[in-house]
Ligand binder design. Structure first.
Ligand code: HEC
Ligand code: HEC
Length: 201
């Protein structure tokens, strides 16, 4: 390598290191905002706020793309200062790289099941329905992150209830085989499923 090429290599490496440093700082900044709603401080305060730590990177980044690109409905929620916002607004300015970095950050954290009340009789009925209709894709009772289908076991009941309503109204897209199963269920069946997922703590 002559002197000029060596110089260019040094400059290029320096530029890459700078870029990498900026990307890391940005991810930390973005995550701070996410955590103001989804973080440990807020967990349990609002059962409509899903736990996002421990979601698979693939599922998580997909959902952020869906929100950003208008392919998933966004429910309004207050930010840390009490101003109303939603997931569409939160993802509107994120690049693909930023979304992937944020999803990777949360995928590396453990999923912690929500401590919430449930009815044991309903939970037992819900388990039967789950094993019959859902276990094939949401394995281990809906707790297996490798399914890339969200985490149902230990997810907050309020969030899952709103999600079932969005599937029921057709606002949120779902895989066709899942739709067949979900539309065949009664309101009582859904309620039982909610208690089953909440019972896994
Ligand atoms: C103002 C509070 C707030 C902020 C800030 C916020 N979220 Fe959300 N998020 C919500 C609410 C409420 C829902 C559920 C309602 C919905 O789907 O719109 C949600 C849903 C989600 C889901 C769907 C979970 C699932 O299992 O499908 C993911 C993933 C998510 N948020 C990630 C993030 C990330 C990453 C950030 C930061 C870029 C973020 N959120 C910032 C309130 C917030
Ligand atoms: C054919 C496979 C399949 C079947 C059967 C299935 N699901 Fe799903 N489910 C998925 C996939 C894949 C996703 C993620 C879709 C996406 O990326 O938005 C999902 C997502 C979900 C979500 C959203 C999770 C979240 O965090 O927001 C819920 C709730 C859910 N399924 C419940 C059920 C229930 C209850 C049943 C049984 C009645 C069921 N599913 C049957 C494949 C399936």
């Amino acid at each position: 390598m002559d002197k000029r090429n060596a110089f260019i290599t040094v400059i290029t490496t320096a530029a890459w290191l700078c870029l990498a440093g900026t990307a890391l700082a940005d991810t930390a900044e973005i995550v701070k905002t996410c955590d103001s709603c989804h973080g440990a401080d807020n967990l349990g305060a609002e059962s409509s706020l899903p736990t996002i730590s421990g979601l698979s990177e693939f599922y998580h980044s997909d959902q952020l793309y869906f929100y950003r690109d208008g392919d998933r409905p966004c429910a309004d929620a207050p930010d840390a200062s009490g101003n109303m916002t939603n997931m569409c607004a939160q993802t509107a300015d994120l690049s693909d790289d930023e979304i992937d970095a944020v999803a990777a950050h949360y995928a590396a954290l453990p999923f912690v099941a929500a401590q919430q009340e449930f009815d044991a009789t309903l939970a037992a009925a819900g388990q039967q329905i789950h094993e019959r209709d859902c276990e094939v894709c949401h394995t281990n009772g809906g707790s297996n992150v490798e399914d890339d289908a969200g985490i149902l076991a230990g997810q907050w009941m309020g969030y899952l209830e709103a999600t079932f309503a969005e599937y029921g109204s057709g606002e949120r897209e779902q895989p066709e085989p899942m739709k067949k199963k979900l539309t065949a269920l009664s309101g009582d069946d859904i309620k039982a499923l909610l208690h089953y997922y909440a019972s896994q703590q």
